[in-house]
Design a protein around this ligand. Structure first.
Ligand code: TYM
Length: 331
């Protein structure tokens, strides 16, 4: 058991291809070799004020999708963030040494202020301290995440390091963002701009449990241009995005075939999209099946939730005992 690994995903709906290639796929690969803690970030989701029904339903759905992707509760500790209130205690401690200026400068906070100007709550501002608490509560060293989380990981190191310095101790290691074997990943969306994500709109993302009809509709509608006019010309962003999606679900030969057609100005985007639909449907089919099976198995899901809660609690309690002692709570 080499590293201590910890990561989580917010339950905002179903998982999409970005979540899978940026995070979940790495979770599954890492569980065999490392001590892993994978949670469902259902405290973080409160920043957008979900209804109680949605909060539970979405969190349960992420658990199902974790398991459908191959996470094994006997190898990794899989739990709900809200089942570990020690996280909230550590969050409180970290907030005492997190400064307004540095929190206001975080890109994801600035984005949220733009997206939801009527709900700029303190939870949004302190999102990075809660995320740091999630990670360092298990003394994690590696954090499998997509590229968009890089800045949050940098903040996590800042807070961990600050705590160590402040109390002249070495309670927390400094964790690194991690992707199995490569650089951090950014999966693009289908609208020709930015990354794949839930808040970018339903049509922009392919979800692991999308029906073939939905996949076809989304891909066939994806933005393209009028086609290349010069041999070997640089691809515009929306075309590059289609190729990036093809690289993750199609064979290298298929990608090379369409790349070649593009370079010779002979590409027909309709053909490329048809191929992408076929490969995407084949890639997601096993997830869809397992998601349907697992969703119906309430007893098993309950057992997994209880088992994860207990294991996560054991790890967190040890850290919190140490932290409380160092801070000066010594009764
Ligand atoms: P969230 O829920 O937005 O996304 C979950 C994971 O999916 C990755 N991801 C992507 N990767 C590549 N391309 C994309 N288009 C794409 N979209 C999403 C994200 O990088 C992330 O790894 N703050 C986190 C949740 C969190 C967390 C943590 C993560 C809370 N506490 C502690 C790690 C450790 C978030 O909102 O991710």
């Amino acid at each position: 058991m080499g590293e201590i690994v910890c990561s989580g995903i917010r339950p905002t709906g179903n998982l999409h291809l970005g979540n899978y290639f940026g995070a979940l796929r790495n979770f599954v690969k890492m569980q065999d070799e490392h001590q892993c803690f994978f949670f469902i970030a259902d405290y973080h989701s409160l920043t957008t004020h979900p209804t109680p029904g949605d909060l539970y339903g979405n969190a349960r759905q992420i658990l199902v999708q974790y398991l459908a992707a191959g996470l094994d509760p006997d190898k990794a500790t899989i739990y709900f963030q809200s089942d570990l209130p020690e996280t909230a205690e550590l969050y409180l401690f970290l907030n005492m040494n997190a400064y307004l200026g540095e929190l206001e400068r975080v890109t994801s906070f600035k984005d949220k202020v733009r997206q939801q100007p009527n709900n700029v709550n303190a939870g949004l501002l302190t999102y990075p301290t809660l995320m740091a608490a999630d990670i360092i509560i298990h003394k994690a060293t590696k954090v499998p995440v997509g590229k968009d989380q890089e800045q949050h990981l940098e903040m996590t190191r800042t807070f961990a390091n600050r705590f160590n310095n402040m109390y002249n101790c070495e309670v927390f290691p400094l964790p690194q963002a991690y992707n199995f074997g490569h650089e951090l990943v950014k999966i693009p969306g289908l609208d020709g701009s930015g990354k794949m994500g839930k808040s970018e709109g339903e049509m922009n993302a392919i979800f692991l449990n999308d029906e073939p009809g939905a996949i076809k509709k989304k891909i066939m509608k994806a933005k393209t241009d009028l086609g290349p006019t010069q041999m070997n010309q640089t691809k515009p962003v929306e075309i590059e995005n289609l190729f990036t999606l093809m690289k993750v679900v199609s064979t290298p030969d298929t990608v090379a075939h369409f790349d070649d057609l593009y370079n010779r100005c002979e590409i027909r985007y309709g053909d490329m999209k048809k191929q992408l639909v076929e490969d995407m449907v084949a890639f997601t089919a096993p997830f869809r099946e397992r998601i349907a099976e697992l969703s119906a198995n309430e007893d098993y899901l309950r057992r997994v939730m209880d088992q994860g809660k207990e294991k996560a609690h054991e790890s967190a309690r040890k850290t919190l005992d140490e932290v409380r002692h160092v801070i000066g709570y010594r009764r």
